[in-house]
Design a protein around this ligand. Structure first.
Ligand code: MYR
Length: 131
């Protein structure tokens, strides 16, 4: 169900979330218009993710339940994993620089992919439509 290409349509509270993450205002303004596009391909418990934005193009491979490393566009390094809980992907990632935890979920709601984010008490979401 997650498979396919998705482009961000809108975000909720994402600026506040980035602020909580310590991203400076200039970068937040740029990130608010990052034209993020993700292409997901699930094969069994393995995922291939292609991420394209105004910042970069990266490809990530992970296996459900297996820890991997991921760097944010600003260079912040995370380590963590995704698990599948029913039809929801749940990710728990730890920042390497301060040990604090970022949680995220992905779920298909109607014809949209909704990704939520939480960091230090601030929730945000980004809603994607099929590209
Ligand atoms: C993936 O499945 O796309 C790779 C792993 C994603 C890890 C968590 C992503 C959190 C992104 C938060 C954006 C923060 C901007 C301040």
């Amino acid at each position: 169900a997650f498979n396919g290409a998705w482009k961000v349509d809108r975000s909720e509270n994402y600026e506040k979330f980035m602020e909580q993450m310590g991203i400076n205002m200039v970068k937040r303004k740029l990130a608010a218009h990052d034209n993020l596009k993700i292409t997901l391909e699930q094969t069994g418990d393995k995922f291939n993710v292609k991420e394209v934005s105004t910042f970069r193009t990266v490809e990530i491979n992970f296996t459900l339940g297996v820890t991997f490393e991921y760097s944010l566009a600003d260079g912040t390094e995370l380590t963590g994993s995704w698990v599948l809980d029913g039809d929801m992907l749940k990710g728990t990632f730890t920042r390497k620089d301060n040990g604090k935890v970022l949680t995220t979920t992905r779920k298909i709601i109607g014809d949209e992919l909704v990704q939520t984010y939480n960091y230090e008490g601030v929730d945000a979401s980004r809603i994607f439509k099929r590209a």
